[in-house]
Design a protein around this ligand. Structure first.
Ligand code: PGA
Length: 256
């Protein structure tokens, strides 16, 4: 399995800034065949960047899209409009869940719409600080995972990536704490087991599971060596080119 290094730029960079960043990243980055590097800019930058990107080196991800293909949905962009432009899409990010009120039902439809449009969903799941404090982590993870994958048929599981992002570890959270490798390993095991219960062991083993939450060049190596972790979803640190490149180089080193 490849190692996935995904930069979630969130609401940052103008189209021009995004283009300059991509230009520099393309120039700096060797062609690492076993590392899948993905950047997820704002929707408005996706189309111009898709003309600029060299897909042998870098893939593009969307941060969100709407599950209906067309119609009276003011302000939305559909997965079908992103088809051929974005290779991946982040679905169910905690900022979408808690700031924009997305629930598992909507997320389930988004995962299905992404697959239908040949865009690989990166389904984000993770417990809040109080859910963890109340001992609800297992239930929350199971519910979000099963909820998000409800419409994913057995044969389509290979088209899905899961990202475990404990909400309390995300850098935009007020009191963000670093998740420890043990805490992450335990939840990753639970995710793999839940997938195995639904889809069978063999299929579950091939699903990439990423970790996200205050990942930077200083801790990327430790997180990438956690058993069962196949990559990283990076917010803040991905906005700094040198940091992002360091993380990609670390991924390469960890693999070899
Ligand atoms: P962070 O964000 O790396 O800034 O914590 C991760 C994310 O929200 O995907």
């Amino acid at each position: 399995m490849k190692t996935y290094i995904v930069g979630n730029w969130k609401l940052n960079f103008t189209v021009g800034e995004a283009s300059i960043y991509l230009h520099k990243l393309l120039k700096t980055l060797p062609n690492y065949r076993d590392i899948e590097v993905v950047v997820a800019p704002s929707t408005i930058a996706l189309q111009p960047l898709s003309l600029q990107v060299d897909r042998h080196k870098i893939k593009l991800g969307a941060q969100n899209a709407f599950y209906r293909d067309y119609g009276a949905f003011t302000g939305e962009t559909s997965f079908s409009q992103l088809r051929g432009i974005a290779d991946y899409v982040i679905v169910g990010h905690s900022e979408r869940r808690y700031i924009f009120g997305e629930n598992d039902k909507m997320i389930q439809k988004k995962v299905a719409a992404a697959i239908r449009n040949k865009i690989m969903p990166i389904l984000c799941i993770g417990e809040t600080e109080s859910e963890r404090a109340f001992g609800e982590t297992t239930d929350v993870i199971r519910d979000q995972l099963i909820g998000g994958l409800t419409d994913v048929a057995d044969d389509d599981l290979s088209k899905v990536i899961i990202a475990y992002e404990p909400v309390w570890a995300i850098s935009s959270t007020k009191a963000a704490k670093l998740a420890t490798p043990d805490e992450i390993a335990e939840v990753v095991k639970l995710i793999r087991k839940t997938l195995a219960d639904i889809y069978g062991e063999k299929k579950s083993e091939n699903v990439p599971i990423l970790f996200g939450g205050s990942v930077g060049s200083a801790n990327a190596g430790a997180y990438l060596t956690i058993p069962g972790v196949n990559g990283l979803l990076i917010g803040g640190a991905s906005l700094i080119l040198s940091e992002f490149v360091d993380i990609i180089d670390t991924a390469k080193r960890v693999r070899s």
